[in-house]
Each structure stands twice: as C-alpha cells, then as structure tokens.
Design a protein around this ligand. Structure first.
Ligand SMILES: Nc1ncnc2c1ncn2[C@@H]1O[C@H](COP(=O)(O)OP(=O)(O)OP(=O)(O)O)[C@@H](O)[C@H]1O
Length: 261
C-alpha cells in the first residue's frame, strides 16, 4: 500500500520528474533528488509543511521555473518551458473582473486561433461541464467564490490540457462549497469525454487530499525531497467517517511531522 522513496515507472505515465534539484538565485536550495510520476487518469497530490517548496515544485513541473538539475517529462518529452498541454490553476489568479464568465473562458482559446463563434461555443460547453450553464454573462463580482472557481476550472479545461496543476484550488471557499466543488471537479476531470490525463494538486487540507487522490507525495526536509509515496486504495466516494480514512490521515500526519536529518 505504501512505498516510501518510490520512483515512478508506471505504464501510461503522463508526468515524470526525475532527480530534480532546485536552487533559487539567492542560493537557497529548495529541493534535492525529487522523483515523482503522475499516471493516466490519476489524481496526484503533494503535501508538505508550509514553506517546504510545494508551489515551487508545481511551477517546476509546469515549466515556469527551470530545474537546477534533473528533468521533467510530459508524455516522455522533456518540458523546458510552459506549454498549453500543462495548465496551472492558482488560487489567487482566478478570474478577470472586467470580463464575463464566457469571456474569461474564451481567453484560454486565443492561442487556438478559432473563429469567435467557435470559441464562444467551446467556452459555453466548458461552462456547462462545470455546471454554469445560464451564467455565461455574469461578471465575477456577481458570482459566489465557488462559481468563480468553477469559471477558473472551465477556463483551464477549455484549453484541453493533458495535465492540470492546481495550487490550493479550494483554499478560499467555505467547507460546504468546497465539498460540493471537489466531488464535481473530480467527476468532470475524469469523465470519458475529457482529454485530461492527470491532475497534480497542492493542498494543506489532508481530508480534501484523501477524498480526491489516487496517490499522495509527502514532501519534507531542507532541502526537501519526497519522503513518502502513499497510494490511496479506498473506494469512491470516500467518507472521512470511514475508519480507513482515519488510518490514512494518521499515516500522513506521521510523515509530515517526522524530523528529517
Ligand atoms: N524567488 C524566491 N527566491 C528565494 N527563495 C524563494 C523564492 N520564492 C520562494 N522562496 C522560498 O522557497 C521556499 C519554498 O516556497 P514555496 O512557496 O514553494 O513553499 P510552499 O510549500 O508552497 O509554501 P506554503 O505551503 O506556505 O504555500 C520558501 O522557503 C520560500 O521562502
């Protein structure tokens, strides 16, 4: 069930991070020897203490930062710069307030050079997928936090990425809204008509992580590395009331609080 220090060799690997090391310009060494994979139709989470480097790792995976050494591969090809195949949904850049829901989603289609009518239709379908049909013409200030987050997800999905990177996507939502959105998003992400192959999420919320993830990487230490890989083998939908859920929670707490070196 649990394989500490495991390096990924799964068939159908979408993302592979190999021997990654990263040092910021000021000489701060954030990571050493990071190896991880995200497989076909796999929801992967990264957890770790605050400041350990989780957001940095997402930016490295997306090609927004260049590794000091080591490599990141997408479907076997090295990622050297940002690509429309890997989209990052960040908690703070959610929607553009001067654009309607539809226009926010259409923005993601600009690089595809489709006609305006075609883009409107694709954007309308993306909004429908996240349950926002009928709300196309609302501005962000007229929407709830959960609706805005759905628009951000629709915009990410409209670009047809292979991999979605999500940095604390539910952090600003109340628990009830987050709960509904989490389930919806899992179903949308991995529905048959969606070309998305993998999701990698950073979150502090271990309950959320256990509800969603097929695999969890625990990042810890300074410099940080992957200290444990936990494959979650609970049937879905998962309930925090299930005793097995508690066992996984204890395990994750253990890895997060254990001193390294
Ligand atoms: N541009 C930078 N230059 C130098 N150090 C940086 C830079 N950006 C981030 N750091 C440092 O790198 C470390 C990792 O930051 P990062 O934001 O990736 O952590 P995190 O695990 O996502 O944190 P949190 O959970 O609090 O959001 C932190 O110690 C941070 O201070």
């Amino acid at each position: 069930m649990i394989c500490p220090y495991r390096s990924g060799e799964d068939s159908g690997t979408t993302i592979e991070v190999r021997n990654l090391e990263f040092v910021y310009e000021n000489g701060f060494r954030v990571f050493t020897n990071v190896n991880l994979t995200a497989g076909e139709k796999q929801f992967v989470s990264i957890v770790g203490p605050s400041g350990v480097g989780k957001s940095t790792l997402l930016r490295l995976i997306g090609g927004f930062l260049k590794p000091t050494s080591g490599e990141v591969y997408l479907e076997g090809r090295r990622i050297l710069r940002p690509t429309p195949r890997v989209i990052l949904v960040h908690q703070s850049i959610v929607t553009f307030p001067w654009m309607t829901a539809l226009e926010n989603v259409m923005l993601a289609l600009k690089p595809k050079r489709m006609s305006k009518e075609e883009a409107r239709e694709v954007a309308r379908q993306a909004l429908e997928r996240v349950g926002l049909q009928g709300f196309e013409d609302l501005y962000p200030k007229e929407m709830s936090g959960g609706m805005r987050q759905r628009v951000a997800v629709a915009r990410a999905l409209a670009a047809d990425p292979a991999v979605l990177l999500m940095d604390e996507p539910f952090a600003h939502l109340d628990e009830l809204t987050a709960e509904g959105l989490r389930q919806d998003i899992y179903n949308i992400l991995f529905s048959e008509d969606n070309p998305l192959r993998s999701v990698i999420m950073v979150s502090h919320n271990l309950t959320e992580v256990l509800e969603l993830s097929d695999r969890i990487y625990v990042v810890n230490g300074s410099p940080a590395t992957i200290v444990a890989t936990v494959d979650v083998r609970m049937p879905r939908p998962r309930s925090p009331r299930n005793p097995e859920f508690d066992r996984y929670l204890d395990l994750l707490y253990g890895y997060l609080t254990r001193e390294r070196r």
